[in-house]
Ligand binder design. Structure first.
Ligand code: NI
Length: 172
């Protein structure tokens, strides 16, 4: 496994805005990508990561929502689709490894039903609520070139990008 660089909005906005393509088959190359993504996500640390965030425009997501005091519970999603979303929505404070240190409330459907291929290429259908629902919708947005700050007002979004640029400059 190896760590990959996480792209951020200050320097990599054009890549992050790309739409990712479906994966033809869950083979060893895709599993290497998922292993690397998971390691990169844990190191960050974060709870979800889409392949485009490491510069790979494929419909692949990794996630681990286990509380800190519990053993890791990695989840892998290839070609995920939302089959159903509730009319009921819920605000949740979100952040993103590609928009470091920015947090804001995003309103999304509270419950979704999804379908995806897992690490072994097995087709899974399941329901997601709470943090799982928030995270899978956030990560699936990435596959379509959408960032959580795109759900905010233009003013807030511009301010977030400016803040990330400023912080990156201060770090340099
Ligand atoms: Ni994100």
């Amino acid at each position: 496994m190896s760590l990959r660089r996480i792209l951020t909005v200050d320097t990599d906005m054009a890549v992050l805005k790309q739409k990712s393509a479906p994966v033809a088959e869950v083979d060893d190359a895709v599993r290497v990508l998922m292993d690397d993504m998971l390691e990169t996500m844990y190191a960050a640390p974060g709870i979800g990561l889409a392949a485009i965030q490491v510069g790979v425009p494929k419909r692949v997501i990794v996630m681990d929502l286990a509380p800190k005091d519990e053993p890791p519970a990695p989840r892998y999603f290839v070609n995920p689709e939302i089959l159903w979303a509730s009319e009921e929505t819920k605000p949740w404070e979100e952040g993103c490894l590609s928009v470091p240190d920015i947090y804001d409330d995003v309103e999304r459907p509270a419950h979704v039903r999804l379908r995806y291929l897992d690490y072994h290429g097995k087709l899974i259908e399941e329901d997601a609520d709470d943090l799982y629902a928030v995270c899978i919708q956030h990560e699936m947005d990435h596959l379509n070139g959408v960032l959580f700050i795109d759900h905010l007002s233009r003013l807030k979004r511009d301010r977030a990008v400016k803040q990330v640029k400023k912080a990156a400059k201060a770090d340099a």
